[in-house]
Design a protein around this ligand. Structure first.
Ligand SMILES: NC(=O)c1ccc[n+]([C@@H]2O[C@H](COP(=O)([O-])OP(=O)(O)OC[C@H]3O[C@@H](n4cnc5c(N)ncnc54)[C@H](OP(=O)(O)O)[C@@H]3O)[C@@H](O)[C@H]2O)c1
Length: 180
């Protein structure tokens, strides 16, 4: 929600989500749809149905096709997993479009700033600061059935090492829960 609000998401906008089946991605797809956007999700073959079920109007299998060949232009492209190429995304952004990135290293941050200066496009990253009012808002969306937490696996605290190993593979769907 932090990133989509930062991009001032509006109803009717076209939004592309990279990593649509991950933790940030499954929330981003659902929230963008809730805010009235037309969502396209990028994920691999086995996750196409999951991402569609979360409200994406279109899904693109990144193992089979390059989204930038689709001749679609987006108002917002949100990379939730750090797998996009800036130049590829800028080609598919509308003139006033915004590129969002939630996995920004210092080097990438500098690159994004320079790209912004050189192209005039808006590229936004950073780290969110959790706010109580946002959590309450999200809790209400969950209670209304508008936001579904996607839980891939649950591990007891004693198996935290196995849990990290699984998460580090980079292919979980939604979240992994640790039971304390
Ligand atoms: N800036 C901030 O404040 C902030 C806040 C929260 C998280 N983060 C960062 O955000 C990142 C994402 O976290 P997360 O927990 O959401 O990740 P995650 O759940 O581990 O992401 C896994 C997902 O990424 C997908 N994926 C892997 N390679 C892909 C590719 N090339 N193209 C598209 N999708 C791909 C996988 O789908 P497939 O299996 O289909 O490949 C999988 O469903 C982390 O680096 C985290 O540190 C930043």
């Amino acid at each position: 929600m932090h990133f989509l609000k930062k991009a001032n998401i509006k109803s009717g906008q076209k939004v592309l989500i990279f990593g649509a089946s991950g933790s940030v991605g499954t929330s981003a797809v659902q929230l963008a749809r809730y805010f009235g956007a037309e969502v396209t999700g990028l994920c691999s073959t086995s996750n196409l149905d999951l991402v569609k079920s979360l409200g994406a109007i279109k899904v693109i299998d990144y193992t089979k096709e390059d989204f930038s060949n689709h001749s679609e232009y987006y108002d917002i492209i949100f990379d939730t997993v750090g797998k996009s190429s800036i130049s590829g995304c800028l080609k598919s952004l509308k003139k006033e479009g915004i590129y969002l990135h939630s996995v920004v290293t210092p080097a990438l941050s500098i690159r994004m700033r320079l790209t912004s200066i050189m192209t005039g496009k808006v590229l936004l990253g950073g780290t969110l600061t959790p706010k109580a009012e946002d959590l309450i808002y999200l809790k209400e969306l969950v209670e209304k059935g508008e936001l579904k937490p996607i839980i891939d696996r649950r591990y007891p605290l004693e198996q935290i090492v196995e849990a990290h190993k699984y998460v580090d593979k980079g292919h979980k769907n939604g979240d992994v829960v640790i039971i304390v």
